[in-house]
Design a protein around this ligand. Structure first.
Ligand code: ATP
Length: 232
């Protein structure tokens, strides 16, 4: 018996391929992952228990299926055990998120990415053995807090107290070469790339001389890159 309802596309049971991802739960987070993957050429099997959401996404994903993903038989009918990468983007219903994730672990899906809505949810997922537990709200909050503290245009925390930031260049380091300015000794960071108005990003060299309107990518310990971005 078939326990799912398919909109558009071909038989989803043939959907698993090397460059395909299954996204379970198509709320705002799941949808943005699914649509971004599609925009970059990756096939997506999207599953949601809401028929309305699936109908709205009709034609935008390779396969869109209305189904309850907590049902093991449904996941098997949809070939989920054959996928290399599956995202569980169910948040509010923590029980469903844990149930679906544990089925994926049982199927030995190599890469499972599960959204956690709070610390306890994340802890359970980690204890189950999920390698990629993502905290979209928490991560975005942390990121915005760091953006607010400096004049950074972008901020990526790469873990272990290290970050890469995109920031306007402090005026005090324009007009001389990076080696003459001894950036590492002065700020404890490295400037790795520079973008000059209508030009593309280029790597910096010791000879690079920065200009007032340049934007740079700087990397280093969080406090130090923050301080660098606050320097005028
Ligand atoms: P977002 O912040 O991403 O919008 P949300 O927290 O508001 O997410 P959730 O309740 O986490 O929304 O659910 C995300 C999606 O997962 C919803 O569209 C919901 O219909 C779907 N979903 C919930 N339970 C199941 C399930 N058992 N099987 C399939 N889809 C499910």
């Amino acid at each position: 018996m078939v326990n799912y309802k398919l909109f558009g596309g071909t038989n989803p049971a043939t959907a698993a391929s090397t460059d395909s991802v299954a996204v379970i739960g198509l709320g705002r987070f799941g949808q943005s992952i699914a649509l971004e993957l599609m925009a970059n050429g990756t096939d997506v099997l999207g599953i949601d228990s809401s028929e309305e959401i699936i109908q709205r996404l009709n034609g935008q994903l390779t396969h869109a299926v209305t189904a309850d993903a907590t049902n093991q038989e449904v996941l098997q009918q949809l070939s989920i055990p054959e996928f290399d990468r599956v995202v569980v983007a169910i948040g509010d219903n923590i029980e469903a998120s844990i149930l679906v994730t544990s089925l994926l672990l049982r199927f030995n899906v190599p890469q499972i990415w599960t959204k956690a809505v709070n610390e306890q949810h994340g802890l359970i997922l980690e204890q189950l053995g999920v390698e990629h537990v993502v905290y979209p709200e928490k991560d975005m909050g942390t990121r915005v807090a760091h953006l607010l503290r400096g004049s950074m245009e972008d901020y990526i925390d790469v873990g272990a107290d290290f970050a890469v930031v995109k920031t306007p260049v402090p005026q005090e380091i324009t007009g001389s070469s990076l080696s003459d300015l001894k950036i590492m000794t002065r700020y404890g960071i490295m400037i790795i790339a520079v973008k000059r108005e209508s030009s593309p990003w280029v790597y910096t060299t010791p000879e690079t001389v920065l200009e007032k309107t340049d934007i740079v990518l700087a990397s280093g310990p969080i406090r130090k890159v923050e301080k660098f971005s606050q320097t005028q």
